[in-house]
Design a protein around this ligand. Structure first.
Ligand code: GLN
Length: 537
């Protein structure tokens, strides 16, 4: 029988429920338990795939092709275990399922209502991952803040599950904020009390409170919170602001969060957590031997969450290389042929980000030209790879109007074209080439030397692809395809001969980089950037 932990949040958003859930999962996994995390999002979109990154940050993609909330990225990076379609549920998905059932006539003449029909479907989805014995513990993170109208049915479903599950299989963790008032020079517990009251008025008594705070809570304040919120004293956990998200599991362990959870579940005979690999990573992460500069060129650089998996992949790969990567976020719209040198001169490596639409494209192309000509390590992902193809076609093959069909539907030189199977697609949601596909690597290529494998699997999220009609011309001029989809012959990786490190990938390697397994291409790119730096000083 699986055990369920529900994580809710109060007072404000952005308190780090995702990192909390991932950190707790990490501590439990380190004791040998099989743990997974799922996210329930209150919005009506079926998934975040149709949302602008400014709205929602990055859209994360799973092996089975789900477009999901970026928190699933944190779960995978912390746990080193893949998630799936089932790990992200939205209000949209719940309603879609219920409405489909209603149309089929499954409700046999009944009036279909939020309670019980919507809450029944929510409960079914909440329990789903625990049904086949694959996991011992399922952590469910509820998006949004308690008290929001949107999340009421989720909260009600959690309340009902209290009576459906064995009390030893059910826990509610509530994350709140204890703000510091600088005028009064005091931490204030009232918002936490109110937020717990809000939960209680919905019929839920949290078992454990996690209090985000800038300063130590102190025993008296903990006692006060415990008394006013009806929570055991030891279950009031202090979550001090951490220097890095990777410290959070250890901070929570110091607060004995894992012990308290296991005690409440009656799992008291488990071994102490084995965090040696995690500590190893932290040691390398915190004590780098040198610093390198990487320019991340993209159009969503103002918002860190828009490229979160990319930034995290750099962290994993830099620890592996014992160096610190200083990321320079560069707005592609601001780069021109004239200022490119000034903007990129400091960089030891240039990364061009994925994206959609033509805003900022010319800046990306100018950055790629600069990296190609100056022999600076270059890494392009998805749209970044497509821009590298366009740059090479224009400036080396002299096809001056070369472009992608995405930017000009009538072009006669679409070196990047719409995929065959995309031609009749009308709907935007969930219709891209999504999820994991195999890719065969050419020996002696940079990619092969990074992976040391002939076949890899990587995750995709795109509609356009390299146009094979041009492949021969590209290869003759020095841009080679080093990775192919073995069934369809689609070009998945391009590289430049005679350049120290120039790689463009159609897939998204950043979705598969984890703390324990940094992505080979990011590791190899950082290594090339270190060599570039060593040569230039
Ligand atoms: N817009 C491009 C496509 O759909 C690239 C997508 C991406 O960078 N994820 O093919």
């Amino acid at each position: 029988m699986a055990k369920y932990i529900f994580v809710t949040g109060g007072v404000t958003s952005s308190l780090g429920k995702g990192i909390l859930a991932a950190s707790l999962a990490q501590l439990l996994q380190a004791r040998g338990l099989k743990v997974t995390i799922q996210k329930f999002d209150p919005y009506i979109n079926i998934d975040p795939g149709t949302m602008n990154p400014y709205e929602h940050g990055e859209c994360y993609v799973t092996d089975d092709g789900a477009e999901t909330d970026l928190d699933l990225g944190h779960y995978e990076r912390f746990l080193d275990t893949p998630t799936s379609q089932a790990n992200n549920v939205t209000t949209g998905k719940i309603y879609q399922e219920v409405i489909n059932k209603e149309r089929r006539g499954d409700y046999l003449g009944k009036t279909v209502q939020v309670i019980p029909h919507i809450t029944d479907e929510i409960k079914r989805r909440m329990l789903l991952l625990g049904n086949d014995g694959k996991f011992d513990i399922i952590i469910t993170e509820i998006g949004g803040t308690v008290g929001d109208i949107e999340s009421l049915p989720f909260v009600e479903a959690i309340r009902q599950l209290r009576w459906q599950l064995d009390p030893k299989d059910y826990l509610v963790l509530h994350l709140t904020l204890v703000p510091f008032l600088s005028a009064a020079k005091e931490l204030k517990t009232k918002p936490t009390q109110h937020s717990v009251k809000e939960l209680q008025s919905a019929g839920i008594q949290p078992n454990i409170l996690i209090c985000r705070t800038e300063y130590p809570l102190g025993e008296d304040r903990r006692r006060k919170i415990a008394e006013f919120c009806n929570v055991e004293f030891k279950s009031v956990i202090e979550a001090l602001d951490a220097d890095s998200i990777y410290d959070v599991p250890l901070n929570l362990q110091r607060e004995k969060l894992d012990e308290i959870v296991l005690e409440k579940f009656g799992l008291t005979d488990l071994p102490a957590p084995n965090l040696s690999l995690w500590m190893d990573f932290l040691e390398h992460h915190k004590h780098p031997k040198l610093e390198i500069h990487i320019g991340v060129v993209g159009k969503y650089v103002e918002l860190k969450d828009a490229y979160i998996s990319i930034y995290e992949s750099f962290v994993h790969a830099s620890a592996k290389n014992d160096c610190k990567v200083k990321i320079h976020r560069i707005q592609s719209e601001k780069i021109t042929d004239k200022n490119v040198e000034k903007m990129l001169i400091q960089m030891d490596g240039i990364f061009v980000a994925p994206g959609f639409g033509n805003r900022g494209i010319e800046g990306k192309i100018a950055a790629i030209k600069y990296a190609r000509e100056k022999q600076i390590p270059f890494f392009g992902v998805c749209l970044g790879m497509q821009c590298a193809t366009i740059e090479f076609a224009r400036n080396v093959l002299k096809i001056e109007n070369a472009t992608s069909r995405e930017f000009d539907t009538n072009t006669n030189n679409a070196v990047i074209d719409l995929m065959q199977e995309q031609k009749n697609v009308k709907n935007k949601g969930g219709t891209m080439r999504l999820g994991s596909y195999p890719c065969a690597l050419k020996q002696n290529s940079i990619s092969y030397n990074a992976y040391w494998k002939e076949q890899i699997n990587e995750r995709h999220r795109h509609r356009y692809e390299f146009n094979n009609d041009y492949l021969e011309r590209f290869e003759k001029a020095g841009m080679i395809a080093s990775g192919f989809n073995p069934e369809k012959g689609l070009v998945e990786i391009i590289e430049l001969k005679g350049h120290p490190w120039f790689v463009g990938v159609q897939f998204h390697p950043e979705y598969k980089s984890t703390i324990l397994h940094p992505h080979p291409l990011f590791v190899s790119f950082i290594n090339a950037a270190i060599q570039f730096r060593n040569k230039s000083i």
